[in-house]
Write a protein that binds this ligand. Structure first.
Ligand code: ADP
Ligand code: MG
Length: 282
């Protein structure tokens, strides 16, 4: 497979990003190989600051891998990723030579990114508040009292102030995911990444999590959301990126991406993933 061929990325909506604005995340020529398999085949993706970008695509297309590379949980094989202009983990010179950043520099850049996963990954032996405060105390070295104050503020933000003393086993899946979002927010990230945050929830619990995310989006946070909730993507996302077989096929406003004529691969994807309710939103 040829990783250098340009992907047919559609032009973006110029109104949503001025030409000289530094993107929150700037992915350039990123490939990722696992053994002989090239899972990401030369991704260029610029995520504008203060907006919500939704990343959609079939299962196995590389969405999680791309998110993990952006969060530096995986190292891209080639290419660069910059967070507000700062290279993440490595920089690639004009000669293609990669310079690795120091572990300290990597930690600093990573601390600016929050991540919410499909599995909530809460500590079962800690209360909701304990889960939200843990990293503030152990990683950020905050005093417990200050951490609890900040933790309560974030639990309030996701509508769970009255569940602060509950353990994960006493909370619904939707509430657990909202605790996980509060935990990510407490670290005050500049960019919040979501990887299918509602995929393991029963349908009746999906709405409360999407509502919290909708509030975050309208507060002007920078969000990058991998989701199969196409209705959410179409109504909340200001940018839609469509990944297929490790290539970014489309990247533009919801109108550009979902409007007619539709890219045949997108049409095929929507046929598989879209329910009737969401179809009316497009
Ligand atoms: P998506 O999130 O879009 O479903 P993923 O990024 O999880 O896709 O996976 C893309 C491809 O990369 C899949 O074929 C998957 O099997 C492969 N893959 C992901 N992680 C690894 C890994 N650690 N080792 C080998 N293959 C992997
Ligand atoms: Mg995935």
């Amino acid at each position: 497979m040829n990783s250098t061929a340009p992907s047919p990325v559609r032009a973006g909506d110029p109104a949503s990003q001025t030409a000289d604005a530094v993107p929150a995340v700037d992915v350039k020529g990123v490939t990722k190989r696992f053994g002989a398999t090239e899972v990401l085949q030369g991704i260029d993706l610029s995520v504008p600051a203060g907006a919500t970008t939704c990343l959609i695509g079939p299962s196995g297309s590389g969405k999680s891998t791309l998110l993990r590379c952006i969060a530096f949980l995986e190292e891209a094989t080639t290419g660069t990723i910059a967070i507000h202009g700062d290279p993440l983990g490595f920089a690639e010179g004009p000669d293609g030579k990669r310079t690795r950043l120091s572990p300290q520099a990597i930690r600093t850049v990573r601390s600016r990114i929050g991540m919410v996963f499909q599995q909530f990954n809460l500590w079962p032996h800690m209360t909701a508040l304990g889960n939200v405060c843990e990293a503030l105390v152990t990683v950020r070295k905050m005093k417990r009292k200050d951490a609890e104050e900040r933790g309560m503020a974030q639990l309030t933000r996701v509508g769970l102030a009255n569940r602060a003393a509950h353990y994960p086993s006493e909370l619904s899946g939707g509430q657990q995911q909202r605790v996980a979002i509060a935990r990510a927010l407490a670290l005050d990230p500049e960019i919040l990444l979501f990887d299918e945050p509602t995929a393991s929830l029963d349908p009746e619990l999906t709405g409360e999590v999407l509502n919290v995310m909708r509030d975050l989006a309208s507060s002007g946070m920078t969000l990058l959301v991998v989701t199969h909730e196409i209705g959410f993507a179409a109504t909340v996302g200001q940018r839609i990126a469509f990944l297929d077989h490790g290539r970014l096929l489309l990247n533009g406003s919801p109108r550009e991406v979902f409007g007619e004529p539709r890219h045949p691969r997108l049409a095929q994807f929507l046929e598989t993933y879209l329910d009737r309710g969401a179809a009316t939103l497009l």
